[in-house]
Each structure stands twice: as C-alpha cells, then as structure tokens.
Write a protein that binds this ligand. Structure first.
Ligand code: FDA
Length: 392
C-alpha cells in the first residue's frame, strides 16, 4: 500500500486546481483518473478556446439548493483572481458578450497552466486507473484500484458531473458520497437542449435553423439570449440556461419581442397601412416561417383595420408569452453540466470538507453547485478546488 498526504480522484478542472494548489506546501499528492488524458473537458470547452471564467461571476450565477453555499469559495478565489492567474501565465484572452472570457489561442494553455504547478510540486498523476473501492481507515481513506492500493489522510473527490458519458463521465463521486451516508440531490442534465414530441415537434421542425433573441422564463427565472429551433426541438443559449431550472411538465414562456411595445407598433401600422395583413407586418419583425406558425389559424390574414381588441390581445399573447411544453431534454449525451450532486448541507462552505467525515472533500461539479452558461462552471471548479487546497 502506498501512502500519500492527499489523494485526488479526478484529473479535471477542479482536481488539478486542488492538486496544483496543495503541491507547493510540501505535501505528497496523488491524482487518479480512469481517463487516458487529464483535463479532457477543458480541452473541448468553449469550442477549443475554453471560456475559463466570467468577469461578472457572482453567487447569483449558480444553481444550488443552498444559493449561499458558493459565496465563501467564490470570494476566496474570484473571477478577478482567475484573470490575474491567466495573465501571470501570459495567456492571451478576449471578452465576448456578458463578460465571458476565452483564450485567444487554445484551451490547451489553461490545461498547461494547471499541470505546471503539479509537475513543479511533484504531484503524481496516474491516468488509466480504475478506482474499485474507497474505505475509511483509522487515519484517512484507503483506495483499491486496478493499479494497487493507496492511502491518504485527505481524500478529495473531483469526479465531475454526468454529462457526456462518452468522454468518461461517471457517477463514482456520487456513489462514494452515498456509500458514506451523505445526502445527494438527484442529478439531472443542465445546460441542455429541449426535445418535443408529436404535433408540437412537427410544428417546431418547420422552423429548424431559425435563431432569434428572446426572453425565456420558467420557475421565476428569465434569460435574455438567443433561441435556436433545431430538428429535435429548442436550443441556443436562452434554452440551455433555462434548462437548468426546468422540471418535467413545466411550460416555457417565450417573449419573442422582449423590447417591443407591440400595441404601439400595431397602432402605428394600422394608421399607415390599414389594409395590410397582420402576418405581413409581423414578418417585418420576425422570421416569416415563425409568423406563419404563430398565425396559422387564420389570424395572420386579418387586415389591420379589421383587427378587434380581442384579436390584438390574442396576437400579443402569442408574441410575448408563447407557451411551449417540452417533453424532455436531450439528456446527458449533450448536456454541458449536471444540476444536483452532493448536498451542500453535508459540506463546509469554507473548505469543501464533509462535516461528518473529516478528511473527505468534494469539489467541482460533483457538488450541488451548477453555474449558468458563460464560464461560471470553470470558475466554480477553480474556486472550490482552491478552497479545499487551502484547508488541506
Ligand atoms: P471534470 O469533468 O472536468 O473532471 C472530472 C474528472 O474525473 C475527469 O477527468 C474524469 O475522467 C474523472 N472521472 C470521472 N469518473 C471517474 C472514475 N470513475 N474514476 C476515475 N476518474 C473519474 N464550463 C465553463 O465554465 N466554460 C466552458 O467553456 C465550458 N465548456 C464546456 C463544453 C462541454 C462540451 C462540456 C461537456 C462542458 C463544458 N463546461 C464549460 C463545463 C465544465 O467543463 C465542467 O463544469 C468542469 O469541467 C467541471 O470540472 P470538474 O473538475 O468538476 O469535472
């Protein structure tokens, strides 16, 4: 049996952050991963340019049963700290909309920034290693793997979420938590496109390829971003964002013209062109195929001069409060993240250590803290990994 001060399971964003931050303090650290390569999700993230943080990252950008839990870790390693860290490594980056920061060159630079302190600090990274069992010992945790038995006083679980199983995502972290009697909030796919069935699917199919800015709302949350109609249903940033709040059976309320006073618009058009058909003037605001679908019951053929108050209210309802009821999501196959995970009630928000299991830490996506789209999930990986490292 080989002995270490710290064992980290998972050579992803949070695990490498934690290992690299512990290493300079003279601790022996082992990182185990069943994948053949470290940081695979980092490498494919942000289309290969890694949206490594968000300039405006704050607690409100995270979904969790306890919205306060993430505050302490985010304050100790903030977006500003992340930006300073990236700059120190000479990584050039740029800002896209909503404060999203991406590498100019390659996500590989972020992975290298994580691996460098591991190398310098003598962290052992063992890839292609399957963890069979995790047991508590008198003075720490014992892991049995296909490469041998390892023991450490501190065990950090950084196995990530369940999304993209093809890339090696597993439920090991959640199973470890449950095996020690810790509560897990049922995981569901997040940042994921919606699917539809039957007649609704057929109707939406006719719109595949259309993208437009909308405001989408569900369960008291709203996002103003682009919506994309696909052959399977609805995608685009607006839909991915709201998917982290949606629950089966919920309808999505879509405002197709969030900035428009349509009452004034239609009044103006009625004065200028009383004989124009409703569909014609709406097609000046929205894609024609979408207008056709929204007014397919004959409403579109009505001339503006003939439009009754009731009909106008009806059309405004369709434009500003279009209710769409997905039958589900595309699931973990395409989800960017997992919502749910190890219940934050089990963990110290300062250290990520289990309150009931000294020496056992959970960090990153395996914890019930999920960021919105836009660099927040990596920020959580950095912040939670750093918090655990400083405690160890
Ligand atoms: P992460 O998934 O990074 O690492 C977990 C590690 O544990 C993996 O190396 C895995 O192999 C290992 N592991 C799992 N099961 C194991 C087992 N049984 N035994 C041993 N090892 C095991 N976020 C963001 O902020 N900006 C972005 O640009 C993107 N882009 C993006 C694109 C795509 C396609 C996806 C799928 C996701 C993103 N994300 C993102 C989300 C982001 O990648 C994610 O939230 C973080 O990688 C989470 O970091 P973790 O370290 O917690 O898990």
């Amino acid at each position: 049996m080989r002995e270490y001060d710290v064992i980290v399971i998972g050579a992803g964003a949070a695990g490498l952050m934690c290992a690299g931050s512990v290493a300079p303090y003279g601790k022996s650290v082992l990182v185990l991963d069943h994948a053949e390569k470290a940081g695979k999700k980092i490498l494919i993230s942000g289309g290969g340019r890694c949206n490594f943080t968000n300039r405006f990252a704050g607690p409100a950008d995270f979904v969790s049963a306890n919205p306060h839990f993430c505050k302490s870790a985010l304050a100790r390693f903030s977006a500003a700290d992340c930006i300073a860290w990236v700059e120190q490594h000479g990584i050039r980056y740029h800002e896209r909309e909503h404060g999203q920061l991406f590498c100019d060159d390659s996500a590989r630079q972020i992975l290298e920034m994580l691996l460098a302190p591991c190398r310098d600090g003598g962290v052992e990274i063992r890839l292609n290693t399957a963890v069979h069992t995790v047991e508590r010992s008198d003075d720490g945790y014992r892991l049995t793997t296909d490469k041998g038995v390892y023991h450490a006083a501190a065990l950090v679980v950084a196995t990530g979420g369940l999304s993209i199983p093809k890339m090696g995502a597993t439920a090991l972290g959640l199973k470890i938590a449950e095996s020690f009697g810790l509560h897990v909030i049922a995981p569901v796919p997040g940042l994921v496109p919606f699917t539809f069935t039957g007649r609704e699917k057929e109707r939406l199919n006719a719109l595949a390829g259309i993208s437009l800015p909308v405001q989408v709302s569900c369960r008291g949350r709203s996002f103003r971003e682009a919506m994309l109609f696909t052959h399977r249903g609805l995608s685009g940033p607006a839909m991915l964002q709201i998917s982290s709040y949606w629950q089966p059976g919920d309808a999505l309320a879509v405002d197709l013209l969030p900035d428009m006073d349509t009452t004034r618009y239609l009044d103006g058009k009625r004065e200028q062109r009383p004989q124009a058909q409703l569909a014609t003037v709406l097609a000046e605001l929205l894609p024609r195929r979408l207008v056709q679908l929204l007014t397919e019951d004959g409403l579109g053929e009505i001339r503006l001069v003939q439009l009754s108050d009731g009909q106008r209210r009806e059309v405004e309802g369709r434009l500003h409060n279009w209710l769409l009821k997905p039958n589900g999501t595309e699931g973990y196959r395409t989800a960017e993240v997992t919502v749910g995970g190890v219940d934050t009630d089990e963990l110290s928000s300062k250290t990520m250590e289990c309150k009931r299991m000294p020496g056992l830490y959970f960090i990153g996506e395996v914890v019930d803290v999920t960021g919105h789209l836009g660099g927040f999930n990596f920020q959580w990986a950095w912040s939670s990994g750093y918090a655990a490292a400083m405690a160890i």
